[in-house]
Design a protein around this ligand. Structure first.
Ligand code: CA2
Length: 150
């Protein structure tokens, strides 16, 4: 099984700025930890970060074309703005888990709305870097249950 793990704008800055909000761990470290966690389950994690909306949309489409089992995505600020990214996720019809390091509902009002949430199978917010591991476990369980029912 392979999972696409997408990270949106500015998440390449993790670990270097605003540690009080986003923690001290770099995105590279978070992705390496996830790769190591998934490997014993024969699950390949394919991480990708971009500051560009269209590049992330291309990756969502690629996930479908290359038969990935699902997507974990932290869309960053695009969460609150991007109809196009939402349409891409909706269009590929792959189970998608939305992750946020911070609790977006405890922050500014404009972060309370997600365009992505209605097309995701679920959302994890507020647990820092552990959110990616929680998303992996949730998506694995979802896929295992779905397969066993077919
Ligand atoms: O909490 C999250 O994971 C967010 O997706 C992070 C986004 C924010 O716009 C969302 O509302 C919630 C921002 C990512 C920016 O990351 C930075 C990391 C370090 C320094 C500056 C920005």
């Amino acid at each position: 099984m392979k999972l696409m793990v997408l990270n949106g704008p500015n998440l390449n800055l993790l670990g270097s700025r605003e540690p009080q909000v986003y923690g001290h761990t770099t995105l590279d470290q978070i992705m390496q930890d996830l790769i190591a966690e998934a490997a014993p389950f024969d699950c390949l994690i394919d991480p990708y970060q971009s500051n560009h909306e269209g590049a992330l949309i291309d990756k969502v489409q690629q996930a479908k074309q290359e038969e990935y089992s699902g997507i974990i995505i932290n869309p960053g600020g695009l969460t609150h703005t991007s109809v196009a990214l939402r349409d891409a996720i909706s269009g590929v019809d792959l189970p998608t888990v939305e992750v946020h390091l911070s609790n977006i509902y405890a922050r500014e009002e404009f972060r309370h709305h997600s365009y992505i949430a209605p097309v995701a199978i679920g959302q994890i917010a507020g647990f820092g870097a552990a959110g990616y591991s929680l998303a992996f476990r949730a998506l694995s369980e979802y896929l295992a249950n779905r397969t066993s029912r077919v």
